[in-house]
Design a protein around this ligand. Structure first.
Ligand code: HEC
Length: 126
């Protein structure tokens, strides 16, 4: 009992639970929207910066939950991650990584959209 109490009072776990709730809510929404699957191309009218602002900025501008920060002066946040190669980093954005949710919660994004956003994030982090 003591252990359970300890764990649930951990701020990190509380954030994880909150993120899971958000993820579930958004996933249900995505199911209802019946968007056609487009995995190999950029979505028409896609804008990497705009989509970044909508889906990724909340975590990646502040470093919430340990997210690598994006923007000037943040190159060092990305250098160690890029050691495994761009493809691996993009795949982690697509599939999720620890508290990084799959597709960064952009469920309309194709794999190519996500690759373009990751490229935008890297280009912005100088
Ligand atoms: C709910 C918060 C959250 C949102 C929203 C989010 N991220 Fe992340 N992201 C994280 C966290 C936390 C990490 C660090 C995960 C780790 O290394 O354990 C991360 C890591 C990453 C990485 C590095 C992966 C690697 O291999 O090191 C990329 C790329 C990334 N996110 C892209 C995105 C993109 C693109 C979006 C928007 C479409 C997005 N993220 C939205 C929290 C978030």
């Amino acid at each position: 009992m003591l252990t359970v109490k300890k764990v649930t009072s951990s701020p990190l776990l509380r954030i994880s639970l909150l993120l899971s709730a958000i993820l579930l809510a958004t996933a249900n929404f995505a199911d209802d929207s019946q968007q056609p699957l487009q995995l190999a191309a950029l979505t028409e009218g896609f804008n990497a910066e705009q989509t970044y602002m909508q889906s990724c900025f909340a975590c990646h501008s502040t470093g919430a939950a340990g997210a690598p920060k994006v923007g000037e002066g943040n190159a060092a946040e990305w250098a160690p991650r890029m050691e495994k190669g761009l493809d691996a980093v993009v795949n982690n954005a697509i599939n999720g990584l620890n508290t990084m949710p799959p597709k960064g919660l952009c469920f309309n994004c194709t794999d190519e959209d996500l690759r373009a956003i990751v490229q935008y994030m890297l280009d912005s982090s100088t």
